[in-house]
Design a protein around this ligand. Structure first.
Ligand code: UFG
Length: 333
């Protein structure tokens, strides 16, 4: 809860999570008051430090009404999604409910409120499925290979139709591989269970259980899979630019990739972790993980042109340094 701010408020649904909490911090720095709504099912109360907090469901009409009355947000940023690709194939109901049904209920309540209808949505490069090795543009074919990916594409389409029918303006941001931690050390990545490469490589250093490398037989220069790692602080900045763009009269809804355009292999990540930490990562090599693409690299030219967004923190070294600083700090707690 909190009292009204002199700053324009932005509703951050899922603002206790990894990207949401970094975005809340960036919003405050950019002159907005983040108002976080999160049910804490996967987020962390300790990551909500930059404005009022409401604990509850994004589909709770009464709670949304209360937030609207108290803060009059100029827009909403919709994180609040489940993200585990593997789990989504085991339990699609959980994913369609949380990532489609509840966000639709949210939208239906939100558009009943007398508020500017600007919505920034967390989408994913997962909508593209497995492509060739060329950078992926927004116009590339889409082939969602998991319920998780389907939910992201489905909700993009919901937003498109809600735009033409009800005037909701939206920005769907397709993240490539979010990584790194707040450069001030206040926030970081903490999923349970963790499935992502960089936090697992760091945990292998401090906890000793080897990192399993999924596949060394890809048709890539070193045989391991290639991804486009983008620093979470750069992602946060892109959300603010997207929101500001939507707030401008006359601007239209859009869909954009958020990546650097540079591919990095699993082996290159491990080498950088070793360089930054000064220790050898214990590794065991295993078969490919089901559903993994050999290479996923963004063509990020559209968003650079549209929003003037140029990643500032996304060198591999900066990603690993900030993630390692966060990891060692958390390990000491
Ligand atoms: N990897 C390993 N060992 C691990 C974990 C990952 O070798 O223990 C490899 C993966 O095979 C992949 C790379 O490291 O080649 C990156 O894997 P992550 O699990 O960190 O990330 P993904 O590329 O699988 O997933 C990301 C996002 C998802 C999104 C997906 C597709 O986290 O939300 O990209 O765009 F769906």
């Amino acid at each position: 809860m909190g009292s009204p701010s002199a700053l324009p408020s932005v509703l951050v649904a899922g603002g206790a999570g990894y990207i949401g909490s970094h975005t809340a911090k960036a919003l405050l720095r950019a002159g907005f008051q983040p108002v976080v709504l999160d049910n804490l099912s996967t987020g962390h109360r300790t990551a909500v430090n930059y404005g009022p907090f409401y604990e509850g469901s994004i589909s709770d009409a009464a709670l949304l009404g209360e937030i609207a009355a108290a803060h009059r947000p100029v827009g909403a940023i919709l994180f609040a999604g489940y993200i585990a690709v593997g789990e989504s194939t085991q339990n699609p109901s959980k994913y369609f409910h949380n990532n489609v049904v509840e966000p639709m209920q949210f939208l239906d309540h939100y558009r009943e409120l007398d508020l500017p209808q600007n919505v920034v949505f967390s989408s994913s490069a997962a909508v593209y499925g497995i492509q060739g090795s060329d950078p992926i543009a927004e116009s590339s074919p889409m082939d969602p290979l998991s319920p998780y990916a389907e939910t992201k594409l489905f909700f993009e389409r919901v937003l498109r139709w809600y735009g033409s029918a009800y005037g909701v303006k939206s920005a769907c941001l397709r993240y490539f591989n979010a990584a790194g931690a707040d450069p001030d050390g206040e926030l970081g990545e903490c999923h349970g269970p963790e499935t992502h490469l960089i936090p697992l490589a760091l945990a292998a250093l401090t906890e000793g259980a080897p990192l399993r490398v999924f596949g060394t037989d890809y048709a890539t220069p070193d045989g391991t899979a290639i991804r486009d790692y983008i620093h979470v602080t750069d992602l946060a900045d892109a959300h603010i630019r997207a929101l500001r763009h939507l707030m401008n009269d006359g601007s239209a809804s859009f869909v954009a990739n958020l990546g650097t355009g540079t591919g990095t292999s699993v082996r290159e990540v491990i080498q950088m972790v070793e360089r930054v930490a000064g220790k050898t990562v214990p590794v065991e090599y295993g078969p490919r993980r089901d559903g993994d693409a050999p290479a996923l690299v963004a063509d990020a030219s559209y968003v650079r042109e549209l929003l003037g967004w140029v990643p500032q923190h996304s060198s591999l070294e900066s990603i690993i340094r900030t993630a390692w600083a966060w990891h060692t700090r958390e390990a000491r707690r």
